[in-house]
Design a protein around this ligand. Sequence first.
Ligand SMILES: [Zn+2]
Length: 274
Amino acid sequence: MGTTRMNVGNVEIVSLLDTPFEIPWQIFFPERSESDFEPYRERYPRSYGERGFRTQAGCYAVRSQGQTILCDTGIGPGPIQFLGGLRGSLLEDMRGKGIPPEGVDTVFFTHLHGDHVGWNLSANGAPNFPKARHLVPQADWDYFGKMLETNQQMQQVTPLADQGVMDLISGEQTLTSEVTTYPTPGHTPGHTSLLISSAGERAIITGDLAHHPAQIDHVEWCSAFDADARTTTETRRKVFDQAEADRLITAFCHFPDPFGKLIPLQGKRVFQAL
Ligand SMILES: [Zn+2]
């Protein structure tokens, strides 16, 4: 497994694990056959499970200029019926890695799917990150609308607005002079990445721009959860071309290795874990 901490100039990024999980290939990638992924098994063995596509609900903590920014909050405490009673453990993982939830200044959501907003609220409905402002992409807030109240997994968002601890964001927003939001639409309309730039080094946390590392090479392979296949494919191509050209450190919430670089290798573009 790759490293769980990276220094990008003066910024520290810590990867956090809520929980690994598996989903049948046909449910996650209904337009692809399982055999499409076989040529990539040897390079990415940990993205292949016994019962299907193996992935994880991952998050990142970014420490910059005295601020702690939490990027996404995982799938939550569960039990998640859709995934066989799955339970996440993000808060424990944070404490174990020296990032107490009480110390988070900003919670930033790459998008509002249920596996990225799950730990917002404690059992009594109070925010788990009591000091934090919570930044929600406006386009996702608009797009999901009523679903934020009716979908079990997504009910962790609207109460943040009711409690006055949420801000809607759009476009590129400066979180610190080293950390900027960067819209990467397609997976959802408001899907947003985080760009980190410090002391000549750069990284991008791309949220769900890809789920399986084979999509680094096949940017046109979309999942059932990509809202707009054409836009997400265009965004993937643009961001991955740039990441490869600039040798950016890249981070994906659903990859088993938290950090890597996109490099050309034997006619393919691959994710090389760091
Ligand atoms: Zn996701």
